[in-house]
Ligand binder design. Sequence first.
Ligand code: GDP
Length: 322
Amino acid sequence: MSKALITGIAGQDAAYLSRLLLDKGYEVVGIDRPGRPGAPLPRLQGLGVAGDVRVVGLDLTDFSGLSRLLEREQPDELYNLAGQSIVRSSWQDPIQATKDTAQAALTLLEALRLSWPSARFLQASSSEMFGGAKQDRWDEATPFLPHSPYAVAKLFAHQSTVNYRTTLGLHASCAILFNHESPFRGTDFVLGKIADGVARIKLGQARTLQLGNLDSQRDWGHARDYVCAMHLMLQQARPGDYVVATGRTATVREACRIAFAHAGLAMDDHVVVDPALVRPGEVRCIEADASKARRELGWEPKTGLEDLIVEMVEAAHRRGGR
Ligand code: GDP
């Protein structure tokens, strides 16, 4: 039986990855922040796997604690999904964001190198690392130009992973993940906010939904599909870096239209643009090119934008708004 260690076990991606690996017969050990032993993990519960994942609490910058954990657990695969994931919050506390994302990844890599170098390592990198890249298609060769403390920290973790692979020989890979969502997404992210807003309007709890830049574009996929790419990456004989995206870019306005139309509502009657929500230094997203993942991994996203949004709106409606 293979064993996987997953950091950031409380998060959206860890829930989908746990489900995938358990279905494949893995033993799954999750790492959560310390000091919350026995705390409920609603996303694991939501996918029916809370009782099947063994959770340990550990600070990912605790080098000796990590080394001991690796020696004890001896995992075949280690997925680093931890980190503060809200770009805006990284401006509020850039030092903590850097510790959680950059220092944690380096500590994991160093503990792995010294204590258990045979494990295969996956770093969850982010399309935010491209930031202000001027190219019209973004792929693995596009130069990074990060625009936020979050993106800079992610880039440090990404380059450290590349370094430990190319210089030190670890089987270490990076998934450069474009936006990926699910019903587990909170309202800090625009699709979660739209799904929640539509449900609340439908349920008569609200009349309007305040949003920022409606013309902003993203490539949105389903987290359930993206964790399949992560798993496939660690099954390859040779490690590498892969863009994981659908290849379809849509505007926030289009996403809104889909969500409102599904609920039988007209978005123009309810959406209000709040200038305070329009971001300065907005990341431009033109076109993501995931052809390397399609070609080398045989990976295909299964869920399109419409189905993703419908799933999110229906889940928000079932929850009865927040
Ligand atoms: P991000 O790509 O990780 O920043 O994911 P988000 O879901 O937070 O934002 C995606 C896009 O939606 C960005 O271009 C935002 O500027 C845009 N957006 C427009 N209105 C909103 C809003 O009310 N909340 C959020 N979070 N994003 C918004």
